[in-house]
Design a binder for this molecule. Structure first.
Ligand code: IFM
Length: 443
């Protein structure tokens, strides 16, 4: 099976890449990295399926040359990777881990040698345990600690990375992890969640300011967006969906681009925000060079009786991925046009993550993941649609290069274009990888 579109259907300078993140692939036990809140969260029974952790993951720490070759041979232009705060600064502050800095240095040089653009993310969820012990994202000083970490890492590799994102997925860092308690640190508390929301945004602002001051360029941030659909046409359902949209999407986009929080978010969270939060909004709202959008699905939202936010997700009718997420490519073209019109204007937009977990089967030495090819094709068509409607979309990164640690769901959910055998750690390109490689081949 092939994709119905190829590189020639996109603008000349359009970039294609793949994404990964440090804890999900590197093997955190290697190379002197400090403990992170994912190490302790996963060691607590009931938090992660089969209590799996990222200690070995895909062993990218040792196998990175092979992984970069796969990216080059897939005809991709760029590699979106992340650095682990706890690998760079095992205690979160203070003395850097020389081996950790050397690792990212070699990795970036390795990408450049293969002609791949290094697209760095500073935080894809490895809060060092030493800082987590102090309250992590709820601590009033966490934004300063993060800005300091950003400068330590950028001082080493900032001269060679192509782009830098501060935070991956503000909503996951704050709401999913401190209100829903599904991700580390597994807190379920509205006050902690409100503080985490504000502090992770402030961390983005301060780090951006600090990096800009040090002369670093091409700075952005990555927002995960979900399309909220009211369950029916009642006023209550419309309000519930608007509240979901506010908490998931508009809180972070509004703060980063306009320096404001939406009314539906303040209605529930204002009493819990840190005192004097209004004074931080100008710092949060930093000029950016590009915007990253991670998009996977839509959610059907129903009102419920109960405390704020008084809503729940209900199953929808569309075909679903192995995550149980409905496949709704229209949401991607909606967000690409909506974000440009409402928030970011002419700034380049990148789809920094998009992909699906599938029921992949390795048979006779091959994985025929035709459902993934169809998913990628439909979402690339949505990108084309957004471009045709004037959205300045400049690139698309598939999630993910290879199967990896899917957080609280462990290793069972496979998002990769490349299959990983988690016993032998052998990599095997799936049909989707070959389809992308054919589509992206240059004449
Ligand atoms: O695996 C995650 C990634 O770490 C962040 N974005 C969503 C992906 C799939 O759940």
């Amino acid at each position: 099976m092939t994709l119905n579109r190829s590189r020639k259907d996109f603008p000349e300078d359009f970039l294609f890449g793949v994404s990964t993140s440090s804890y999900q692939i590197e093997g955190h036990r290697f190379g002197g990295a400090g403990s992170t809140h994912w190490d302790t969260f996963s060691a607590t029974p009931g938090n992660v399926d089969r209590a799996e952790d990222g200690a070995v993951a895909c062993d990218h720490y040792h196998r990175w040359p092979e992984d970069l070759d796969l990216i080059r041979d897939g005809n991709f232009d760029a590699y979106r990777f992340s650095a682990s705060w706890a690998r760079v600064l095992p205690e979160g502050r203070g003395a850097p881990n020389a081996e950790g800095l050397d690792f990212y240095d070699k990795l970036v040089d390795g990408m450049l040698e293969l002609g791949l653009k290094p697209a760095l993310t500073l935080y894809h969820w490895e809060m060092p345990s030493a800082l987590s012990d102090k309250g992590g994202w709820t601590h009033p000083d966490v934004s300063k600690w993060f800005a300091d970490y950003a400068l330590v890492l950028m001082d080493r590799i900032g001269d060679r990375v192509w782009s830098t994102a501060t935070i991956n997925e503000f909503w996951c860092v704050s709401w999913l992890s401190h209100f829903l308690g599904i991700h580390a640190p597994g807190v379920r508390d509205i006050r902690a969640a409100s503080r985490a929301i504000h502090n992770v945004l402030l961390a983005h602002g301060r780090a951006t300011q600090a990096m800009r001051g040090a002369g670093h360029e091409n700075l952005g941030a990555v927002f995960n967006l979900e399309y909220a659909v009211p369950v029916d046409d009642t006023v209550e359902a419309a309000h519930a969906a608007a509240t979901y949209d506010a908490i998931f999407n508009r809180t972070f986009l509004g703060a980063a681009f306009d320096g404001t929080y939406p009314e539906e978010m303040l209605a529930g969270l204002a009493p819990h925000l840190p005192a004097g939060w209004e004074g931080d909004m100008a710092t949060i709202r930093q000029p950016l060079d590009w915007v990253g959008i991670n998009y996977y699905t839509r959610k059907i939202i129903a009102p419920v009786d109960g405390p704020y936010p008084a809503l729940e997700e209900v199953p929808g009718p569309l075909p679903k991925t192995d995550m149980g997420w409905e496949i709704y490519p229209e949401g991607l073209s909606h967000f690409l046009t909506h974000v440009a019109r409402t928030y970011s204007g002419d700034l380049p937009l990148y789809v920094t993550e998009n992909g699906m977990a599938g029921p992949d089967v390795l048979r006779d030495g091959a994985v025929e993941d035709t459902d993934r090819i169809a998913y990628l094709d439909a979402h690339l068509a949505a990108v084309q649609d957004a471009i045709a409607r004037g959205a300045p979309v400049k690139g698309y990164f598939a999630w993910s290069l290879m199967d990896n640690y899917e957080w609280a769901l462990g290793y069972a959910k496979r998002f990769g274009l490349v299959h990983v055998d988690f016993h032998s750690l052998e990599r095997l390109p799936k049909a989707s990888y070959h389809a992308m490689a054919r589509a992206l081949a240059r004449p």
